[in-house]
Design a protein around this ligand. Structure first.
Ligand SMILES: [Zn+2]
Length: 239
């Protein structure tokens, strides 16, 4: 069995204290980070919906322009036909041009009706975009404020984490490298709990009984003893 001094055990206990705080703070900060990501995703989703509405408005505007252009073309045709009308020589030509003007006027009427519908649609989309934009701006302000608040709250935790990481590093300098590695390995296996005290022959890590002989040895101190069930390093404090 590997030997370890009383001081060595005390160092391991201190290392565990730092490790437990590090694990706790990392969990808290991880949750904070997740919350921030969730808020950003919410804003992005809303932003995407707003972009879709803006796209709709653009196509609505383009459709209106297309019809207006077509009306212009038909209008030009009517003007030209009317000019020709003044210069025709035969009745047949006159009748033909008259029908052309008439057809174009009907076409123009139809287009104007269509344009009204499109303009109506455009107006609706415009107010939807405006509404959505205002909601988005509000949500953005709200989310940014929330994120700032979260950030502020976690500043203390982050400072504390740095402090414990530093402390762990300092302790590690005074500890045997193989012991440090063993600690890290056990900690990884046991969610950050590598060193644990034993009370009444029970390991406080896995709450299983340990053999009486082993318990006596832990109480006596001087050797590095691990729990046969969970592999955690055991120590004894007389309470
Ligand atoms: Zn155990």
């Amino acid at each position: 069995m590997k030997e370890i001094s009383k001081q060595g055990i005390e160092t391991l206990v201190k290392l565990q204290e730092a490790e437990s705080e590090i694990v706790r703070l990392k969990t808290v900060l991880g949750k904070v980070e997740k919350e921030k990501i969730k808020l950003s995703a919410k804003l992005k989703q809303f932003g995407n919906a707003l972009e879709d509405k803006k796209e709709n408005l653009l196509s609505s505007e383009a459709a209106c322009r297309d019809i207006e252009r077509e009306i212009q073309i038909v209008d030009d045709r009517i003007i030209k036909s009317n000019e020709k009308l003044r210069m025709v020589k035969t009745n047949k030509e006159y009748q033909l041009l008259l029908r052309e003007v008439d057809d174009n006027k009907k076409r123009k009427d139809a287009l104007e009706t269509e344009l009204l519908e499109y303009l109506d649609e455009k107006e609706k989309t415009q107010s939807l975009v405006q509404e959505s934009q205002e909601e988005y701006n509000l949500l953005k302000d709200q989310i940014e404020a929330e994120q700032k608040e979260i950030e502020k709250k976690s500043t203390d935790d982050r400072e504390l984490l740095d402090e414990y990481l530093g402390r762990q590093n300092d302790i590690g300098k005074n500890l045997d490298k193989s012991l440090m590695d063993q600690f890290a390995r056990i900690s990884k296996m046991n969610k950050g709990l590598a060193v644990i005290n034993v009370q009444n022959e029970v390991c406080n890590g896995c709450f299983m009984n340990i053999p009486p002989q082993l318990y006596i040895e832990v109480q006596r101190g001087g050797s590095l003893i691990t729990c046969p069930q969970c592999s955690r390093i055991l120590y004894y404090i007389n309470t």
